[in-house]
Design a binder for this molecule. Structure first.
Ligand code: AMP
Length: 403
């Protein structure tokens, strides 16, 4: 059974084709700068010995449909293709950012589902329309394959209402669905499951804190296998400090910016989402650059690291209080998986919460999925590489086949 996983953005389509018997990736790639003259398609085919063949097509001027058609051509190319005909694709799994309160699990897409995803557009005005474009295009190119929507928000739908209701007039929740939703749910769910496997314990018995630290960043508190709190909110702006997003700030700051600096709503939106976070403090949003500069005694890079890890520590403390008992703390995402410095700083001086890191294990580049807390520690600290595409493929298979 072959499943194509698609993540459609407003100007990009990322894809991976899985053989679900072995869960191997057969091909992966991305069409980017869709709608511009400088469009580019990068396509990689996995070759048996673990290497891959890469093809890059540049200077394309394509829309989403043409991009998807080109991807299909590459997948079925008589010489370098990985399938002989597109009908070999049994199902298509779509990453959909906002499922609102409607979707608590993946679902086969039909016109009713499309309508509901569209209804949630005010909650994700940039993402949901792009996801719908991807769905429409895939439906017409692969008419025989069921299309499945897997929602970023679904894993967090188990939050109790005291965790998702904001202290705003209740009418805003009742009539306008203003509440905490949370994102990165597919990643939090995947690493939670992987951790349970690694710890050889049922997920339903585990209390976990998962830290997804990538360009976007969020945390989840998971009690008995179910998500009970998460740091992102109505939108992905709330919570941790991110590459270019503020995370938590005083909600009155936008009024200050409007009243005293005459900034428009659009300007404030851009400032909080694209010019803040690590970039706002020290000018760089790539954590590798921030770490390099901090190493060279750059004061603002050091400050950015301090603010970044201090916020995470506060959330760890809060989530331990929420959970009562913590079994494991899990790092994932580009930063969480690759930066021993950040992991160490997030866990520094947390022995009061039984959270400790073994320096050698933290710095070793052994098994990507590993424990970095000392042997015998009460709270296991783990590094678990995320794989959102595989999780979407598995969910798609489950919905389509029932297994
Ligand atoms: P993601 O969004 O999960 O792809 O993560 C992107 C972030 O991971 C960027 O801020 C990168 O700088 C960061 N990253 C990737 N590799 C490393 C590394 N070796 N050390 C520190 N940060 C890294």
């Amino acid at each position: 059974m072959k499943i194509l996983v698609i993540n459609t953005g407003s100007s990009s389509v990322k894809y991976q084709l899985f053989d679900m018997v072995t869960e191997e990736v057969l091909a992966t790639g991305m069409a980017e700068r869709i709608g511009e003259d400088s469009g580019k398609l990068t396509h990689q085919v996995m070759v048996k010995n673990g290497t891959h063949q890469k093809r890059v097509i540049e200077d394309l001027n394509i829309d989403h449909r043409e991009g998807m058609e080109k991807i299909t051509e590459l997948l079925t190319d008589p010489e370098h293709g990985v399938i002989t005909d597109k009908s070999e694709i049994s199902a298509v799994g779509h990453r959909v950012v906002h499922g609102g309160e409607t979707f608590q699990a993946p679902i086969i897409i039909d016109e009713k589902v499309i309508l509901e995803i569209r209804k949630n557009t005010p909650l994700a005005p940039l993402h949901n329309p792009a996801n719908l474009t991807g769905i429409r295009v895939a439906m017409s190119i692969f008419p025989g394959a069921p299309q499945v929507a897997v929602f970023d928000t679904a894993f967090h739908q188990t939050l109790p209402r005291h965790a998702y209701v904001y202290a705003l007039p209740y009418d805003l929740y009742k009539n306008h669905q203003v509440r905490r939703y949370g994102f990165h749910g597919t990643s939090h769910a995947y690493v939670a499951e992987k951790s349970a496997e690694y710890l050889k314990r049922p997920l339903s018995e585990l209390n976990l804190i998962t830290l997804h630290l990538g360009n976007g960043a969020s945390m989840a508190a998971i009690k008995d296998g179910q998500c009970v709190d998460t740091s992102m909110g109505l939108t992905p702006l709330e919570g941790l400090v991110m590459g270019t997003r503020t995370g938590d700030i005083d909600p009155a700051i936008p009024f200050f910016l409007a009243n005293h600096l005459n900034m428009s709503l659009d300007e404030i939106d851009g400032l909080l989402n694209k010019e803040s976070g690590l970039k706002g403090i020290c000018g760089a949003n790539d954590m590798r650059v921030v770490l390099e500069r901090a190493e060279k005694e750059d004061d603002l890079a050091q400050l950015a690291l301090e603010v970044y890890t201090y916020r995470i520590k506060k959330y760890i403390g809060a989530y331990v209080a929420v959970l009562g008992r913590l079994d494991a703390l899990i790092f994932t995402g580009g930063i969480g998986e690759n930066s021993p410095v950040i992991r160490e700083r997030c866990c520094r001086d947390l022995s009061c919460l039984n959270i400790e890191i073994d320096a050698d294990k933290n710095n070793s580049s052994g098994d990507p999925l590993r424990q970095i807390s000392p042997s015998g520690s009460n709270v296991r600290v783990l590094v678990v590489p995320t794989n959102e595409e595989l999780k979407i493929a598995r969910e798609t298979k489950k919905v389509v086949t029932g297994t």
